[in-house]
Ligand binder design. Structure first.
Ligand code: ZN
Length: 156
């Protein structure tokens, strides 16, 4: 199987059966995001503990396979990461999806990097980039308690 097929398979798998889908009772941070160009909507719920570590993360939402796969993979990777690690991973992902050929962070395993890199194919399609980055901008919003809904038309 070549890399392109593997990436396709990962996106289909996570897009059809998103991990961490739903809501949990005792979340203490959350944010909503909307990508009007595609119709993707996500609501990210976090439980951040006293050490600023994400002890639980889930999301609700609906949208295209790219947005759902991105939210699914993101929530898998962010669990048990602290604020500094979360910021590093977000920055690394957003840079990769725009310019960088690869992920630079050493915080995640090669398997997890492969999962994230499966989304790299959207680079060529600016509209799809917004599908892939929506959950990540929404996570930033939740972590920083930004009021209001994330709207990809107001992000760059
Ligand atoms: Zn989409």
């Amino acid at each position: 199987m070549d890399l392109k097929d593997l990436y396709q398979e990962i996106i289909l798998d996570h897009g059809k059966n998103p991990r961490n889908l739903g809501k949990f009772e005792n979340f203490n941070k959350d944010a909503k995001g909307h990508n009007p160009l595609c119709g993707d909507k996500v609501h990210v719920y976090l439980k951040v503990d006293e050490n600023k570590k994400i002890s639980d993360i889930k999301f609700e939402g609906h949208g295209c396979a790219i947005s759902m796969a991105s939210a699914s993979i993101m929530t898998e990777l962010m669990k048990d990461k602290d604020q500094k690690e979360v910021n590093e991973l977000i920055e690394d992902f957003l840079k990769m999806i725009k310019d960088n050929p690869e992920l630079k962070s050493n915080l995640i395993s090669d398997d997890d990097k492969t999962k994230l890199m499966s989304l790299s194919g959207v680079k060529k399609y600016p509209m799809r980039v917004k599908c892939a980055t929506l959950p990540w901008h929404t996570l930033i919003s939740a972590m920083t308690n930004k009021p209001g809904e994330v709207n990809t038309e107001r992000e760059d």
